[in-house]
Design a protein around this ligand. Structure first.
Ligand SMILES: [Zn+2]
Length: 370
């Protein structure tokens, strides 16, 4: 584990050199142009033509607070469960949706709707298909590949972990499945704490205590129970809905920490999504709406409340459709990486190709950059 402020070993090439010892609040100065050349060797990070032409993050002079992101993925969370449980059955998720910018009509990766490929997308900001610049993790177990495949030069891909670590921030991962050890194996210098395969109550306790310390710039919390119950008893079954309630309580513990601490509350943004939905006892068919429809919500200081598609007109509400990567973009779970790094004022993850974050930038910077 690395203490905040300690000097890090070098992060993989292509992730940008450390720019300051402390990840400060995001402050984008109009008129101060820092081009994408700040992230050398980062194909795909150019803003879209209708996106911002310049992006600059500076260490604020007046002692601005640190920015933090807590990302939460609820494995197998179908939006239908949120609607059925409502505010009484899922108060924490409902709180985020009520207070944040969110949608129940986000999308997964196009190629696959299974856990590990979609989570590697969340962490790298990439699609799956390696031939198209994706991360290439097509397997969903602990056996096939121990790490995310490196690039053609043998270097680890960039990720939200390496971007945060490269800027001197601290990261933590809490997961309910052993296969998530792939992240610390892939980025051992950038994942400062990794807890995998713990029961959900243990994860909730450890994650909320860790968040309470304020030492993490980026925390990733993965809650596995709904997926496990879905496979066992069926999506939307009583055991599945009980598992979603457990996940909601785990999220609620983290939110309670933030709401109880004014400093954390003022500096921390929560991003919630899911790797896939499900129906019957599976979610493997990526062509089914039940598989590819997931929630995506951002709640934090300065983030407006409302429907994400209304708030970010550069995004396209997909309705019931399953848009491809070349279509007008919905928000996808793979947008989590760039959403997090944008919230932290760290630009985009080099090599990321999920594009919604650039179309949400005003929303994510909450007017601080205006
Ligand atoms: Zn599953």
């Amino acid at each position: 584990m690395t203490s905040p402020g300690t000097t890090r070993r070098p992060v993989p090439a292509g992730t940008g050199a450390p720019r300051r010892a402390r990840v400060a609040a995001l402050l984008v100065l109009a008129g101060v142009a820092v081009s994408c050349a700040a992230w050398p060797g980062a194909p795909g990070t150019e803003p879209p033509e209708d996106g911002p032409s310049a992006r600059a993050t500076v260490a604020p002079a007046g002692g601005e607070p640190e920015a933090r992101v807590v990302a939460v993925s609820v494995d197998g969370l179908t939006p239908e469960a949120i609607e059925v449980l409502g505010r009484r059955g899922a108060p924490a998720i409902s709180f985020l949706l009520d207070r944040g910018a969110g949608t129940l009509d986000a999308r997964t990766a196009v190629e696959q709707t299974v856990t590990l490929p979609n989570h590697v997308g969340m962490i790298t900001g990439r699609r799956i298909d390696r031939d198209e610049g994706g991360h290439g993790v097509t397997w969903n177990d602990d056996v096939v590949g121990p790490v995310v495949p490196p690039d053609e030069d043998g270097r680890a891909l960039a990720s939200v972990f390496t971007v945060v670590a490269g800027a001197g921030g601290s990261t933590a991962l809490f997961s309910g499945k052993t296969k998530f050890a792939i992240f610390e194996r892939t980025w051992p210098d950038a994942v400062d704490r990794s807890v995998v395969a713990a029961p959900i109550e243990v994860l909730a306790r450890r994650a909320s205590r860790d968040v309470a310390t304020g030492r993490r710039t980026f925390t990733f919390l993965h809650l596995a129970d709904p997926d496990l119950a879905g496979h066992r008893s069926g999506w939307m079954s009583a055991p599945y809905l009980r598992a979603v309630r457990r996940a909601d309580r785990a999220l609620g513990r983290v939110l309670a920490v933030l709401r109880a601490d004014a400093d954390l509350r003022a500096t921390t943004t929560v991003v919630l999504t899911a790797d896939h939905g499900g129906a019957g006892r599976s979610h493997e068919d990526p062509a089914l709406a039940s598989s590819y429809t997931v929630p995506f919500v951002v709640w934090g200081p300065g983030v407006p409340r409302g429907d994400l598609y209304d708030l970010a007109p550069g995004l396209q509400d997909p309705g019931d459709a399953r848009p491809g990567y070349g279509d007008p973009p919905p928000v996808r779970n793979c947008d989590l990486a760039d959403v997090a790094t944008t919230l932290l004022g760290l630009g985009l993850v080099p090599g990321s190709d999920c594009t919604a974050a650039t179309r949400m930038e005003d929303l994510l910077t909450g007017g601080r950059g205006a």
